[in-house]
Design a protein around this ligand. Structure first.
Ligand SMILES: [Zn+2]
Ligand SMILES: [Zn+2]
Length: 330
């Protein structure tokens, strides 16, 4: 559905300049900060489009020593290991919904995370919670990879526990409450035929982070995220020429939230920091996608508060004195 084009020399030059700028402002100690007790890493802010700079949706929340992952899109393992986080360190995976872009990284995380290598090392079960269908998906994934699982148990002596999923179908309400870290799910509106879909709020030590999941404009999210320290919301946009070119572009947009509407939700919730993730910027290859600057500009018509356009590996430290935004390290 998406056609790619070769980047022009001009585009390559621009990318080079941007890359230099990013290098200049990157923080050498930008991997996880051992001293920060509440952090969020946008591991991937992409969509089904196979961009190198935006991997599939995956958001890591580290709170009170718990490593909670929200969605596991394409490339989640590469992004985790870029920050030297072994896959086995993930305590719990939460899924917003079962669209493939949010779950295709699961087999990699499950199976590669079971190995004994430094990047893996899962000892306990693979714990996952998500909307109806999650437990079935995990059961069938395990069946699909039975050859690998049985062979490695026989050949390498790996323990079955590390590749056994403990999957639970969940709905709205408190879905996790351990050692002061609480996760609450909310039903969101991703479209009439795309149900169920969830957003999440993570509370720890008087601070909170909210992740919208994939949703259309959904007013209850604003109350759910009221006063949150960090509110991460998905966003979608396309150039008017593209929308006019074929009907299905509007269909995609109708499953998501426009920048203006994301601004309305942010304005009502008034988080200490707002950020985009899951940047649905549509293109057919000929008509260019809206830029991140376009998204910000349109959001600014309805929201004037703190705003960070999301990017892969951007990290937030949720402190008692505010939210710090940290550029990714190398
Ligand atoms: Zn999606
Ligand atoms: Zn979706």
């Amino acid at each position: 559905m998406f056609r790619s084009t070769r980047p022009s020399r001009f585009a390559v030059a621009i990318i080079f300049v941007i890359a230099l700028a990013i290098t200049a402002i990157s923080d050498a100690k930008a991997k996880l900060n051992a001293k920060a007790d509440f952090q969020v890493v946008l591991l991937g802010v992409g969509t089904p489009v196979p961009f190198m700079h935006r991997f599939g949706p995956a958001t890591l929340v580290v709170a009170g020593g718990k490593y909670l992952l929200f969605d596991a899109g394409r490339g989640v393992t590469q992004r985790l290991w870029q920050d030297k986080i072994p896959f086995g360190r993930i305590d719990h995976l939460f899924l917003t919904h079962l669209h493939s872009d949010h779950v295709v990284g699961i087999p990699d995380l499950l199976l590669t995370g079971w190995l004994t290598s430094p990047f893996a090392r899962r000892k306990g079960n693979f714990v996952v919670s998500g909307p109806a269908g999650t437990a079935d998906m995990m059961k069938y994934l395990t069946m699909a990879y039975a050859w690998d699982i049985e062979t490695r148990i026989k050949d390498q002596g790996l323990k079955r526990a590390g590749v056994t999923s403990k999957a639970t179908d969940i709905g709205p309400g408190v879905v996790y409450d351990q050692d002061g870290v609480k996760v609450t799910a909310i039903a969101v509106n991703h479209g009439e035929k795309i149900q169920p879909a969830l957003g999440y709020r993570i509370d720890y030590d008087g601070r909170s982070v909210v992740i919208s999941g994939d949703t259309k404009y959904h007013e209850p999210l604003a109350a759910f995220a009221k006063g949150a320290d960090l509110f991460v919301h998905a966003v979608a946009a396309a150039k008017p020429e593209l929308i006019a070119s074929a009907k299905f572009w509007q269909v995609i947009l109708d499953h998501h939230t426009s920048p203006e509407d994301v601004g309305r939700i942010f304005d009502a919730a008034k988080p200490k920091m707002a950020a985009f993730y899951h940047l649905v910027t549509l293109t057919n290859g000929k008509i260019k996608p809206p830029s991140v600057a376009d998204l910000v500009k349109r959001t600014r018509t309805t929201y004037k508060g703190p705003l960070t356009p999301g990017a892969d590996r951007l990290r937030f430290e949720i402190g008692k004195d505010g939210v710090k935004v940290m550029k990714p390290g190398k």
